[in-house]
Design a protein around this ligand. Structure first.
Ligand code: BGC
Length: 266
């Protein structure tokens, strides 16, 4: 695995769950990690402590990724401290579940603003920096990397979660269209789509015995994932060993996207 030493990485939504796992994994590589968080400062501080203990360095920065000015400030501070940026992990995401008929405009807007618009705003700042770095025509491996942390629900329809699934479906085309646009500039853009990973977002499901059993029926590999499962893939996908990969989604889902209902049916 290519070493991330001295690489500078922003991880959005890094105060818990998958974002926290990814930030710590990059810390283990000796990277500079900017730990973005929205509301949970304590969680962000714990991420930072853990990634420093693992051999990295960094700082925490509060920003709502759906707010243009706050995103600009996050990137400006990163450049001020570390001169440039190498990798953006666009991870921040929320769920606001509701049946369709009862879904409020606020529940729709909040999810789209964080999961889709927020990813656009952060990616745009990263691309501007990468294009600036590439102004002299870089050769060799990629000069910049963006990884969108999406979901199996960029593919699997999800009743009762139309806002969330729509945001992830949108991310798929955001990722691919952007990858196409910037590939000649030696910028790579990919996605990781996790399945059921045990984090705060789905705690209600995995912490209850009955619903946990039902969830495992949807996972051919028969276990719920851990943030570390995603983090390892993110480190590899942001490194030189995967340099020829762009515009791709890697499903880290224990086979959830394999239509598990068809194992003895159809
Ligand atoms: C959601 C989780 C869910 C998983 C599998 C994720 O994107 O955030 O709540 O358990 O997809 O359905």
């Amino acid at each position: 695995m290519a070493n991330q030493t001295q690489k500078t990485i922003i991880v959005t939504g890094a105060s818990s769950g998958i974002g926290q796992g990814i930030a710590i994994a990059f810390g283990r590589q000796g990277a500079n990690v900017v730990v973005n968080y929205h509301g949970d400062e304590e969680g962000a501080q714990s991420t930072l402590d853990q990634l420093i203990a693992a051999g990295g360095q960094g700082f925490i920065h509060q920003a709502d990724v759906s707010k243009e000015e706050e995103v600009k400030a996050l990137f400006a501070r990163t450049k001020q401290k570390y001169q440039t940026l190498d990798v953006l992990i666009n991870n921040a995401g929320i769920q606001k579940d509701s049946s369709f008929a009862n879904m409020s405009l606020d529940e729709w807007n909040k999810v789209i603003s964080t999961n889709l618009t927020g990813h656009f705003l952060c990616a745009r700042e990263a691309i501007q920096e990468f294009e600036y770095k590439n102004a002299s025509g870089a050769k060799g491996v990629a000069i910049g990397n963006i990884i969108f942390i999406s979901s199996v629900h960029d593919l699997i329809p999800w009743a009762g979660h139309v806002n969330y699934a729509s945001s992830k479906g949108g991310l798929l085309m955001l990722m691919k269209s952007l990858a196409l646009e910037v590939a000649p500039k030696k910028i790579r853009v990919n996605a990781i789509s996790p399945g059921a990973i045990a984090t705060d977002i789905n705690e209600e499901v995995w912490s209850d015995e009955e619903s946990r059993k039902k969830l495992i029926e949807l996972i051919p590999y028969q276990r719920i994932g851990e943030p570390e499962d995603v983090a390892k893939v993110a480190v590899w996908l942001a490194g030189e060993d995967s340099d020829y990969i762009t515009g791709t989604t890697i499903y880290v889902d224990g086979g959830m996207t394999l239509y598990p209902g068809f194992v003895d049916n159809g």
